[in-house]
Design a protein around this ligand. Structure first.
Ligand code: ZN
Length: 114
């Protein structure tokens, strides 16, 4: 299943704001790290599947990104990436403008705290 594969291949990230760990953001990457989606745990995802099948058609209650975040958090299998607030703002802007944050993904990978 796609959600388990995302967890197993470490594509679920928790982004924590430097010096303010109470602010965090969950991101689930696609298989090639070319796409990514911001997940509000149990509530929302910015992917098309969530928009069409959850919000508009009401066919299901969550997309696989939300499911992957739940599995990852419950099993502790996620990567923690720390960013300062300015970097996080750019990260979110790029996510929204391009729908693709692979460039930032690779830069962020260098900051992984594992
Ligand atoms: Zn989604």
């Amino acid at each position: 299943m796609k959600a388990k594969r995302a967890v197993a291949s470490r594509r679920v990230w928790k982004i924590v704001v430097e010096d303010s760990p109470e602010y965090s953001l969950w991101v689930v990457y696609g298989p090639k790290l070319k796409t990514s989606h911001i997940v509000l745990p149990g509530v929302h995802c910015d992917c098309y599947d969530f928009l069409f099948n959850v919000i508009i058609r009401g066919r299901k209650s969550k997309c696989y990104h939300i499911l992957a975040q739940e599995i990852a958090e419950s099993q502790g299998k996620y990567q923690v990436v720390t960013m300062d607030i300015a970097t996080l703002a750019k990260f979110i802007l790029l996510q929204k403008l391009k729908g693709n944050i692979s460039v930032w993904a690779f830069r962020a990978q260098q900051q992984l705290q594992l």
